[in-house]
Design a protein around this ligand. Structure first.
Ligand code: DC
Length: 232
């Protein structure tokens, strides 16, 4: 692959497989991978643990002041663990309780400014793949490659169900479906940077693609963008 490093922004609805392709790409290209959703989840976890009333701007501001987020590469998992004030919270942020509250928390303007400022800093040197809901529209509007992912809702529910069932065998398909539908609704209708496809984002529907097929397809897009940026 060409030596030129680009920025890759991946957006889409919950459980479309954004993190899977983002991790694959980062590993193949030697880029860093940042899961921006993990940041909103870690903030939500802090709010839940500390009983922060997220309807109070003062309480939210005070809480954000106490929150420090960082990522550390985990060589075994080949992905980054997220730390909330020096505690590895990669597992607890996946709890259903956090999933239920994360969309309203991520809709708060102060929370978004806090997270977006850090995300922009992480992307300064390029060579990054970041996934989320507003990466191509707000965080990296100048990203050389923007991908908007979609997948059949039934496929998404089963993917998330399998993922959650591994750690919580009491979870039901209906609970997962309800949570995804609600999050899609809140994420795409909120006032602050709602989820939508950037005009220049390439559409990737992976409903019936294998992981290898999607990686090959997106790798072609990366090469194409890297080359066109080299000759510009
Ligand atoms: O990617 P995820 O499902 O783990 O994200 C959790 C929530 O965080 C999601 O419901 C919406 C929010 N989010 C966001 O608002 N903006 C982002 N860039 C990433 C996630």
């Amino acid at each position: 692959m060409s030596g030129i490093k680009i920025t890759i922004a991946i957006d889409g609805y919950s459980s479309c497989g954004k993190s899977t392709i983002a991790k694959q790409l980062a590993a193949r290209l030697g880029y860093s991978y940042i899961d921006s959703g993990a940041m909103y989840r870690a903030i939500t976890l802090y709010f839940l643990r500390n009983g922060v009333n997220y309807n109070s701007p003062d309480e939210v501001a005070a809480a954000l002041n106490d929150i420090h987020l960082s990522f550390a590469f985990n060589n075994t998992a080949k992905s980054s663990d997220i730390y909330l004030n020096d505690e590895d919270v990669s597992q607890p942020i996946r709890d259903m309780l956090v999933s239920e509250k994360v969309s309203p928390v991520a809709a708060i303007k102060q929370v978004r400014s806090f997270a977006v400022a850090q995300q922009k800093r992480m992307g300064r040197k390029k060579g990054i793949v970041m996934d989320g809901r507003d990466i191509g529209t707000v965080v990296f509007p100048d990203a050389e490659l923007k991908i908007f992912m979609v997948a059949d809702p039934a496929v998404r529910v089963m993917r998330r169900f399998k993922e959650m069932y591994a750690t919580n065998p009491h979870i039901t398909i209906d609970e997962v479906r309800h949570n995804l539908e609600l999050r899609d609704y809140i994420d795409s209708t909120r006032e602050e940077s709602p989820l939508h496809r950037a005009a220049d984002a390439l559409l990737l529907d992976n409903s019936s693609m294998t992981r290898d097929e999607q990686l090959e397809k997106v790798t072609v897009w990366v090469k194409d963008r890297a080359i066109s940026n080299m000759v510009r």
